[in-house]
Design a protein around this ligand. Structure first.
Ligand SMILES: NC(=O)C1=CN([C@@H]2O[C@H](COP(=O)(O)OP(=O)(O)OC[C@H]3O[C@@H](n4cnc5c(N)ncnc54)[C@H](O)[C@@H]3O)[C@@H](O)[C@H]2O)C=CC1
Ligand SMILES: O=C(O)CCC(=O)C(=O)O
Length: 528
C-alpha cells in the first residue's frame, strides 16, 4: 500500500505534485491545522504529516496517530511540534532549515526601513489625502549600528545586508566563533554591549528557556535612547508589555514585529502605538520561499517514506538517499543482533558497546547504533524504534559506546554488539553476506554461521555426543520441523551453542523438555 501523507496547513501545490510523482497518496487540507478535533479524528490514517505553523503536533495528537512515521515542517521553527513526544513514539520530525532564510532576513530589513521612515503610517496618511510632510521625520540607516541577537542562518544574512547598507554590524551569539564573526564582517560582542551600542536591534534566535524575554524590561532599559527593535524570529523573545512602556516613554523610537507571544494575534500590547509596524508572521511568505520549503519538505518526506533516507531530522541521524540502499541490510542486521541480545537479557542493562569492523565502519554508524538499540529494547517496550531508541536508552541511563575499526578481518564487514548487564557481558556479532542476508557469525566468542529465522531456539550445552539426536527426537515428537541448524563450540567436549531455526513456535512444554535433556545448560525461544 502506498504511504499516505496529510498536508494540514497551506503549502505550495508543488508539495502535492511531488508527493504524487513519488507514488504517495496525498490529502491536501490547508485549513485542517486550525481544527484540532477534526485533525485528531483523521490523523490515524496517515504515515506522514506535512505542516507549517498552524498545526500543533501535541502529545495528544500523536497518541491518535499510530501509523505516523514522519512530521515534515515546511519552514524552520518547530516550536509547534512536541519533539520529545514524537521521539518517544518513534516519529521523525524534519524541517527545511534554509528554504526561507533569505526571505525572512529580507523581511527583517524591510521592517527596519519601515520603522526608520514610518512607511506604513506615512502611506495611510498620504492615501487619506493628508500631506503630512512635517509629521514623518525619519532616521538614516547608513552609518548606524545594527545589533543582531542570534547570528545563525538568518542573522548572518541580515548581517550581510546590513553591511551592504553601510551599517556597522555587531552580534551577540554565544555560539558564534571569532573566526566566523571575522568571515561575516561582524563584531562579536556581549549582550550588554550590544544593548548599549545598537541603533537597531534585530532578533534571530529560536525561542528557548535561555532566549525567552531576552529583551526583558531590564534589558530594554539598557538600550540606547531612540533604539528601534525588530523581531522576525519568535514571539516571546521580547517582553511585549515592557516594550510598549518603553515606546510610550519615548525611550524606544520604534518597533517592527512579525511575531507575537500569542498567535494569531488579535490583541497585543504593541498594537495601536504610532511607532509600531506589525505583520502577521509573514517572515517566510514569499513565493520563492514557499516554493523552496514545499519542494524540500515533500522531497524529504517522500525519501523517508519510500527509501528510508533521512535528511534534516531533528530527532534522528541523517541517512542520504544514496547510502540508504547500502545501509538497509546493515540496519536490519543491527536490529536483529539487538533483538537477539535483548531477548536473552533478563537483568537490567547498564551498557551497550557496538564495534564496527571493515566496510561497515565507514557507514553511518549512528543510524546503525540506533537500529541496534531499537532491536535491543523492543522486548522491553514494543513501541520503540530507531527514532526513539537512543532517547529511551539515555533516559534509562544505559551507557552507549561505539568503536570503529576500518581494517577488515575474516569478513568484509562485522558488527559486534556487547551488552553489559548488572551481572554479565554478552557479545554477539554478525555480518551481511553478498546475498544481502544478515547472519550471526559469533556468539559469546564462539564462531558459527546462522541465518535468522522467524522462530528460533537458542541452546547452550556441553559438547557431548547424543545432544543433536536427543534434541531432534524432542522436536520431532512435538511435530516441530527443523528449518536450520547451526552449532559452535569453544573446544571439543567444552561449551557449545546451538541455534535452531524451527517452523512454528515451540510451546512451553517443548522448551521444558529440551531444557531437561542431558548436557543442556540453557534453552530460550527467540522470535525475529
Ligand atoms: N518570521 C518568520 O516567518 C520566520 C521565523 N523564523 C525564526 O527565526 C529564528 C532563527 O532562524 P535561523 O537563523 O534559521 O536559526 P539558526 O539556528 O540558524 O540560528 C539561530 C542562532 O541563534 C543563536 N542562539 C541560540 N541561543 C542563543 C542565545 N541565548 N543568545 C543569542 N543567540 C543564541 C544560535 O547560536 C544560532 O546561531 C528561528 O526562531 C526561526 O523559527 C524562521 C523563518 C521564518
Ligand atoms: O510557515 C510560516 O509561514 C512561518 C515560518 C516560520 O516561522 C519558520 O519557518 O520558522
Amino acid at each position: 500500500m502506498a504511504p499516505r501523507v496529510l498536508i494540514s496547513d497551506s503549502l505550495s501545490p508543488t508539495a502535492v505534485q511531488i508527493f504524487k510523482d513519488r507514488g504517495l497518496e496525498v490529502d491536501y487540507q490547508p485549513n485542517l491545522g486550525k481544527d484540532k478535533d477534526k485533525l485528531a479524528e483523521i490523523i490515524g490514517n496517515y504515515d506522514g504529516l506535512a505542516i507549517r505553523s498552524a498545526t500543533k503536533v501535541t502529545a495528544k495528537l500523536l497518541e491518535k496517530a499510530p501509523r505516523l512515521k514522519v512530521v515534515g515542517r515546511a519552514g524552520i521553527g518547530v516550536d509547534n511540534v512536541d519533539i520529545p513526544a514524537a521521539t518517544a513514539r518513534g516519529v521523525i520530525v524534519m524541517n527545511t532549515p534554509f528554504g526561507n532564510s533569505i526571505t525572512t532576513a529580507e523581511h527583517a530589513v524591510a521592517l527596519m526601513f519601515a520603522t526608520a521612515r514610518d512607511i506604513p503610517a506615512a502611506d495611510a496618511s498620504t492615501q487619506a489625502g493628508k500631506w503630512e510632510k512635517n509629521r514623518f521625520m525619519g532616521v538614516e540607516i547608513t552609518g548606524k549600528t545594527l545589533g543582531i541577537i542570534g547570528c545563525g542562518n538568518i542573522g548572518s544574512i541580515v548581517a550581510d545586508r546590513g553591511i551592504g547598507l553601510r551599517m556597522r554590524v555587531i552580534a551577540f551569539d554565544p555560539f558564534l566563533t571569532p573566526e566566523r564573526a571575522v568571515e561575516l564582517g561582524v563584531e562579536k560582542v556581549d549582550l550588554d554591549e550590544l544593548l548599549r551600542r545598537a541603533d537597531f536591534i534585530t532578533l534571530h534566535t529560536p525561542l528557548t528557556d535561555k532566549t525567552r524575554n531576552i529583551l526583558s524590561a531590564e534589558n530594554i532599559a539598557k538600550t540606547k535612547k531612540g533604539v528601534r527593535i525588530i523581531n522576525c524570529a519568535r514571539g516571546g523573545l521580547v517582553d511585549e508589555a515592557a516594550l510598549r512602556a518603553a515606546l510610550d516613554s519615548g525611550h524606544v523610537a520604534g518597533a517592527g514585529f512579525d511575531v507575537f507571544v500569542e498567535e494569531p494575534a488579535s490583541a497585543n500590547p504593541l498594537f495601536g502605538h504610532p511607532n509600531v509596524v506589525c505583520t502577521p508572521h509573514l517572515g517566510a511568505s514569499t513565493t520563492e520561499a514557499q516554493e523552496n520549503v514545499a519542494l524540500q519538505v515533500a522531497e524529504q518526506m517522500s525519501d523517508y517514506l519510500t527509501k528510508g533516507a533521512v535528511q534534516n531530522a531533528l530527532n534522528m541521524p541523517s541517512i542520504s538517499a544514496e547510502e540508504a540502499p547500502k545501509l538497509t541490510p546493515f540496519v536490519k542486521l543491527a536490529e536483529l543482533l539487538g533483538s537477539f541480545a535483548g531477548q536473552l537479557t533478563e537483568t537490567g542493562l547498564v551498557g551497550v558497546r557496538l564495534e564496527y569492523e571493515g566496510e561497515v565502519a565507514k557507514m553511518n554508524t549512528r543510524a546503525l547504533t540506533a537500529a541496534a538499540l531499537a532491536g535491543l529494547m523492543k522486548p522491553l517496550m514494543d513501541s520503540v524504534n530507531m527514532v526513539s531508541a537512543p532517547a529511551v536508552a539515555k533516559d534509562r541511563g544505559i551507557a552507549i559506546e561505539e568503536v570503529r575499526r576500518d581494517d577488515q578481518r575474516t569478513f568484509d564487514s562485522l558488527l559486534r554488539l556487547t551488552i553489559k548487564t548488572e551481572r554479565q557481558e554478552r557479545a554477539v556479532a554478525g555480518t551481511v553476506f553478498s546475498d544481502g542476508k544478515p547472519r550471526i557469525v559469533e556468539i559469546k566468542g564462539i564462531q558459527m554461521d546462522a541465518e535468522f529465522q522467524p522462530s528460533m531456539l537458542y541452546v547452550t550445552n556441553k559438547d557431548k555426543p547424543g545432544f543433536i539426536g536427543n534434541l531432534g527426537t524432542v522436536l520431532g515428537k512435538a511435530e516441530i520441523n527443523i528449518a536450520t541448524f547451526a552449532v559452535g563450540r569453544t573446544a571439543p567436549g567444552e561449551d557449545a551453542i546451538a541455534l535452531i531455526g524451527v517452523d512454528g513456535v515451540p510451546g512451553d512444554d517443548v522448551i521444558a523438555a529440551v531444557g531437561k535433556l542431558p548436557n543442556v545448560l540453557q534453552v530460550k525461544p527467540l522470535r525475529f
